[in-house]
Design a protein. Structure first.
Lengths: 528, 301
């Protein structure tokens, strides 16, 4: 049986703990009594992956078997999660490849001719040919790319289909091919509880018009948390569910395939990063020291490349197929077994080490806005019931927050950082004053469609993801953060962790309770 | 942080050279690390034996005999025995094995190996090497079972005497703890005589927690008793009780006289060695009473 998640109280026997800090990492001693949240050990992997996929397709939940849904004259579309999942990218073969191959095999067997594969990248950047090949495999890539294997284009007016409005007057506009297909098979990787379900098709194939109703400050402020899609907890999930209903009512038939992965995030020789520190072997300790030294000695570019090339040895922990909501229920159950940790009560100070990677800087650079999104958007929200930190508490993050941007992937981020954040960090003001202009800027739209840029509005969403945390927290301190970047983001920068704790005392008093959220591997704190 | 600081931090954090200790909260959920089995056979080769003899005679013996005042009694009981035998003793101090090995006649000592708890004496390389070399130590699992005694049986078949502490661990308060049955079972399986030894005063001279004898050359007495021979049809529980009784009688003899101890033994009224019932402090208090010195008290003191 897999060892469950665990909350450690630091005592004199506790070794220094591993902390990520962007493309660097370190061992950090924590004050006695600090709570440390560790995820459960990896679930037992499925050995016969193809067998499990075939079984899921043949025995779907609340649906006929996939084979029975296929017919020769049909219009079949396979939707695929984009490069933002999983994190880090998976070692070959990617699970999407294995699932798509099984689906294509069935389609070929049933004589389906009109088959297209579309990457559900929504307003994210397009995936390039190599990235697509890594995700779907060489055989699928060779058979379908580029004509029948494409990225979704949220700004291609001719290929969008308006399906109507939800009860809450939210516009639903999605990819025309998807809307007109006889069957949409969606291939998902459910890395965290936020993914999957009705967030797959309604968001992945949406236009800006259809993303705006849920990617806004008001919705984000009422999503507590993004990782808790139960009714009444997450406005964003409720909005997606309403849109899902509109799509279904419009006659779009979706066959959802959801996969979950184990918590094996880091490959060898970085396997020690997956382990609880006191269980590090001598080899792990030596590897840490060697890796630390090599990391420090490496020029920035080399270090960056080493991290970019890191591929996770994820294993498949489960696969389900069938009706979207029923499948997602089952997926969430398995995901919680892998990631949920019961935590008793909130804390004054929450400490996290931000890794080098978030969903939007795969093969790219983590710029300050993405640091904000990863820290206050995602990490802060890795909870159920209540945030790990109390209202008015302090979040201490470890990250260098370099003033760096990827000019191809994140052009609108540069302007957002220079123009918008230099004036205000208030999400509502930013939304009302700037969003429309960036979202409709022809140059950004052109770069999104023709180059590999995130949509012009994307940095706004990154900022909104952190809106709840910004409103909720008393202070945000970044250990080792670039002072200018932090100042621009509205954070405070500290040289050392001790300094950060001392600075936090201004907000939370002299003897605060501290909780270190040990992440990754992926963890969701179930705060009671 | 400089590289040397980093290495030092790792060394301190992971207790290099010491037994790994998980944080208290994690102790129950942490599997003991699968460890490399330290080889000990080299310590029982002729070279190892010579080195051990030199260390025991030249270093350990002088330390014990200058820092404490040991007296040895009953060694003549060994004259009627032929190896291999099992030496058993109460266990309350790290001095115990040293006292036995330094008081045994060389011809016995040269063929004697000590069973040492694997999780303590064979946790780090330097302690493993020290235990193997100085005590002829071999690792034994505290949990018992066939696997735990496999090495002991192998050594017995090769004619090695064994030193075994049936309590399994040092007594925290000087009083004898319940005997584990593994040693009795081993003696029965191998049909080997068991020589009881009472070590009186070691728990006061160097109790648990001390790494060097207390000042003032505290007195220690090592009493060898008559060998116990496993009886036909005897269960290991019965033999284990006899072993405890034999050591208790030696303690009784130390407190009174051989004659009185024999009479009490015959009457079945030998004082038990498990200490007084009552709170923990009382057991510790009674167990830490100074051991009387033999002979006349010094004139000038």
């Amino acid at each position: 049986m897999t060892r469950p998640g665990f909350v450690l109280e630091v005592d004199e026997r506790t070794p220094p703990l591993f902390v990520h800090s962007g493309e660097r990492f370190k061992l950090q001693r924590f004050p006695m009594g600090t709570r440390v949240i560790y995820p459960p050990d990896p679930l037992p992997p499925i050995r016969d992956v193809r067998g499990a996929i075939r079984h899921a397709l043949a025995n779907p939940i609340d649906s006929e078997p996939l084979e029975a849904l296929l017919r020769p004259d049909m219009k079949l579309t396979i939707g695929v999660d984009d490069i933002s999942l999983p994190l880090p990218p998976m070692q070959s073969p990617d699970i999407r490849q294995l699932v798509i191959e099984e689906v294509v095999e069935l389609a070929a067997g049933k004589g389906v001719e009109d088959l297209k594969i579309i990457i559900a990248n929504s307003l994210h950047r397009r995936m390039n040919s190599d990235e697509i090949k890594h995700a779907v495999g060489e055989r699928v890539h060779r058979s379908f790319f580029p004509k029948d294997l494409t990225n979704h284009d949220a700004e291609d007016r001719d290929n969008l289909s308006y399906l109507g409005q939800t009860d809450e007057r939210e516009d639903v506009e999605i990819n025309k091919r998807v809307a007109e297909s006889d069957l949409v098979v969606y291939v998902n990787i459910n890395l965290v509880a936020m993914d999957g379900g009705d967030k797959s098709v309604p968001v992945g194939f949406a236009s800006y018009r259809s993303v705006k109703p849920h990617h806004n400050v008001d919705t984000m402020m009422h999503s507590k948390s993004y990782m808790d899609p139960r009714p009444g907890r997450s406005a964003i999930h409720e909005s997606c569910a309403r849109m899902g209903d509109v799509i279904r009512n419009a006659g779009v038939k979706i066959f959802q395939i959801e996969t979950t992965l184990t918590n094996d995030v880091f490959p060898d020789p970085f396997g020690f990063m997956n382990k609880r520190e006191w269980e590090w072997s001598v080899k792990d300790q030596a590897t840490y020291l060697a890796a630390k030294k090599a990391n420090e000695m490496s020029p920035d570019q080399i270090r960056h490349q080493v991290f970019l090339r890191m591929k996770s040895p994820y294993n498949l922990s489960g696969v389900n197929a069938g009706e979207t909501r029923a499948v997602h229920e089952s997926t969430l159950g398995r995901l919680h077994r892998q990631q949920l940790v019961e935590v008793d009560g909130q804390t004054d100070v929450m400490v996290i080490g931000l890794p080098y990677l978030g969903p939007y800087n795969v093969n790219s650079i983590m710029n300050p806005i993405l640091v904000h999104c990863l820290g206050l958007g995602y990490m802060f929200n890795m909870y159920r019931n209540k945030p790990v930190v109390r209202p008015g508490g302090v979040m201490i993050m470890h990250h260098p927050v370099p003033w760096q941007f990827h000019q191809v992937h994140h052009p609108s981020y540069v302007d957002f950082f220079e123009e918008v954040l230099s004036e205000t960090t208030d999400p509502s003001t930013i939304e009302s004053k700037y969003e429309e202009r960036y979202a409709t800027d022809p140059w950004y739209i052109n770069l999104y469609r023709k180059s590999y840029a995130y949509h012009g509005v994307h940095p706004f969403y990154m900022w909104y993801w952190g809106a709840h945390a910004l409103d909720y927290l008393g202070d945000v301190i970044v250990v080792g953060g670039n002072r200018r970047s932090c100042e621009r983001l509205g954070y405070r920068s500290a040289t050392t962790f001790s300094d950060a704790l001392e600075m936090a005392q201004d907000t939370v008093g002299r003897s605060p309770s501290i909780t270190y959220f040990h992440y990754p591997p992926h963890t969701i704190a179930d705060v009671r | 942080m400089s590289w040397s600081h980093e290495v030092r931090d790792v060394a301190r954090g992971w207790r290099w050279g010491h037994r790994p200790l998980p944080p208290s909260d994690a102790a129950s959920s942490t599997e003991p690390a699968r460890r490399w089995e330290f080889p000990t056979d080299w310590a029982r080769t002729e070279t190892g034996r010579l080195a051990r003899d030199a260390l025991l005679s030249g270093v350990m013996g002088p330390i014990v005999f200058t820092q404490t005042s040991p007296e040895v009694m009953g060694l003549e009981t060994l004259d009627s025995l032929r190896p291999p035998v099992m030496f058993i003793s109460n266990h309350s101090s790290h001095l115990d094995a040293t006292l036995i090995l330094t008081t045994l006649p060389p011809k016995w000592r040269n063929r004697t190996a000590t069973a040492a708890a694997k999780d303590y004496f064979f946790d780090v390389w330097w302690r493993s090497a020290f235990t193997a070399l100085v005590y002829g130590g071999f690792p034994i699992e505290r949990g018992g079972g066939e696997k735990a005694t496999a090495k002991a049986k192998e050594l017995t078949r090769e004619g090695w005497n064994l030193i075994v502490f049936p309590e399994g661990t040092r007594s925290p308060d000087g009083w004898m703890q319940r005997f584990r049955h593994g040693s009795a079972k081993l003696a029965l399986d191998m049909a080997m005589p068991v020589v009881p030894i009472a070590i009186v005063g070691a728990s006061v001279a160097m109790p648990k927690g001390r790494n060097w004898p207390a000042p003032g050359r505290p007195p220690i007495r090592v009493r060898y008793g008559e060998a116990l021979l496993p009886r036909e049809g005897e269960s290991h529980q019965e033999l284990s009780l006899r072993m405890q009784q034999a050591i208790a009688e030696l303690f009784d003899e130390d407190r009174s006289s051989w004659w009185e101890a024999r009479r009490r033994s015959a009457a079945g009224s030998t004082p038990r060695m498990h200490g007084p019932a009552g709170p923990r402090w009382l057991r510790t208090w009674e167990g830490s009473r100074p051991v009387r010195r033999s002979g006349r008290p010094p004139t000038w003191k």
